[in-house]
Design a protein around this ligand. Structure first.
Ligand SMILES: [Zn+2]
Length: 271
């Protein structure tokens, strides 16, 4: 059986790294192939016709040629460029975080239409969302589910009894919420309030857009961020660079500095 020399894919650009003088190594997510690493030849040259279609976070149709080690993008046509993400540093940073989580959870040569649709939906929502942090919590729950690690939020995974509206314990090791009795012996467990659990259940059951309907107190938002970060870090077994990046961006001085760096970088790129 002979292999085709070229193939077409629909993809979203997750990551870009410079390669050689004028090329870029792109990490992309395709619905039917999972994560791929592709070479964009000459796309850092100002004359490149493909470059504008291969920006970070762009949803594009690609024609790819098989290479000896890495495959090469020969044609690119943007479907959706998510302009709203690029004009606002806070939104850009959240898009970076989403792309990094997808990069971490996606596997190569594995069809995952759910993960691809989730990524597109998240990028769309980030463009306009008013409650970006709540949106991120929703995204985290959904990306865990799409990757096969859906947190159990209704029954205790140890004794299988339905959880009651009391302070239960979220267990990183179990990837879910334990009843107070089972949670006692789990050293990775931390308390989760009745309200916190209610919000997580809502976000898990609803589409991402529902995050904007929730008006949460700073306490609940803080609690949920801590809980989701612990679950994600445990699941990914490593500290996420973007999590640290998000902390940075919250500090106003850093935002200004990063904005300047980013503006400089974009100016240099388009020069
Ligand atoms: Zn239990």
């Amino acid at each position: 059986m002979s292999r085709m020399r070229t193939y077409r894919i629909e993809a979203v650009i997750l990551k870009r790294q410079d390669l050689g003088e004028a090329d870029r190594l792109l990490t992309v997510l395709a619905p039917d192939r999972g994560k791929l690493r592709l070479v964009g030849k000459g796309i850092r040259k100002p004359t490149s016709r493909k470059a504008g279609h291969l920006e970070l976070f762009t949803h594009a149709n690609l024609l790819v040629a098989r290479g000896r080690s890495l495959d090469l993008i020969t044609q690119a046509e943007a479907v959706q460029t998510f302009r709203g993400l690029r004009d606002d540093l806070t939104r850009t940073t959240h898009a970076y975080y989403v792309a990094e989580l997808v990069d971490q959870f996606a596997t190569e040569d594995t069809e995952n239409v759910l993960l691809f649709r989730l990524l597109l939906d998240a990028l769309c929502q980030i463009e306009t969302a008013r409650r970006l942090d709540v949106l991120m919590r929703a995204f985290e729950l959904h990306v865990l589910a799409a990757a096969g690690y859906r947190p159990q939020l209704h029954t205790c995974p140890r004794c299988r009894r339905p959880l009651t509206p009391v302070v239960n314990l979220i267990s990183r090791a179990e990837g879910g919420v334990l009843c107070p009795r089972c949670g006692e012996t789990d050293r990775t467990a931390r308390p989760i309030t009745v309200n916190g659990l209610k919000v997580l259940r809502f976000l898990q059951a609803e589409p991402l857009a529902a995050a904007d309907r929730l008006n949460l107190s700073p306490e609940v938002r803080g609690e949920l961020e801590q809980i989701m970060r612990a679950i994600l870090e445990y699941t990914l077994e490593r500290q996420l660079r973007s999590t640290a990046f998000l902390d940075l961006v919250r500090r106003q001085d850093d935002v200004r500095r990063l904005a300047q760096d980013d503006a400089r970088r974009l100016a240099a790129e388009s020069a």
